[in-house]
Design a protein around this ligand. Sequence first.
Ligand SMILES: [Cu+2]
Length: 337
Amino acid sequence: MRKHIWAITALGILCAPWGRVSADVEAGRAAFQAKCMACHSVEVNGPVMLGPNLVGVTERRDEAWLIRWIMEPDRMLAEQDPIAVALLNQFNQIPMPPLGVSETEARDLLDYLADVSAQASATPAAAPAAAIPRPTGLAILTAGLGRTQLAGLVIFLGLSMAVVVAFWQVARSTRQPVPTIDMKAAYRLRRKFFIGTSVLVLGTLAATLPRTPYPDDLETPDELVYVTARQFGFLYSSEPITTDADIGQVPVTNTLEVPVGALVEFRVTSLDVTHNFALYDPDHVIVAQTQAMPGYVNRLRVRLAAPGVFRVLCLEYCGLAHHAMQSTLTARRLTDE
Ligand SMILES: [Cu+2]
């Protein structure tokens, strides 16, 4: 019996720090989601948002420095702290605002960051994305254009050329004496034009309308994703977020994964100003978009046909760091796991 008591006591002592740490990590996670996630990601290869990706930050900076920075970044910048000034220059002169973080909260946040970083270094990092080769020569003109945009450009240039040729013909014909016009033939030609263009327009509509990418609204979506935009980032959750207070209560992520082929419904809203949720495929071609408006929920349904990493961008100028408002969505096959 004695022995057992000793063993249990020893186990208790051994486990006590773990219990405490994990509680702090949880508190840190909630605080991070509520106060920091709009500007920082903590995922390996996660996006660099308004501020640096914080994976490994507890290893690259001193603890005392981190605690003070999280509590009063404004004072440290005012004091021209060399690291803080270097970071400010690196991050487009956008200062990290003071967020009213207490010392306990700052310690919880660091516990959380250390925990996430430890997990990150335990899992092998994904291979870095291959560098995109710089276009040279004539390719510079079309660099960054998707297939659809390129087709649009070619059609636009073709039509412009036709207009120029027509005007040139008209200008040339005015220099010649007016010919006598066979009105009957002219009307016949007009009718042919009318029938020809009608067939062209109706044919194009018949061929393309059924292919519009909006699935039937009556279908029940396979996945429901709540998207909450705020300056300057996107939060994804499986439950709605309607106020700042919900963040930290509801589990949220910065990046998203959806199954290929599933009908995904995004319910998009904003906590502050009007933003936009726009989805771009791996070739940078826009797939779908909707406004993210405070007080409204916009539904957007998409079915992604192929796996890949899609980019989410804000398409509504929403403030100084609008350009930093980016995120990723990975479409993966269910069998990939
Ligand atoms: Cu925005």
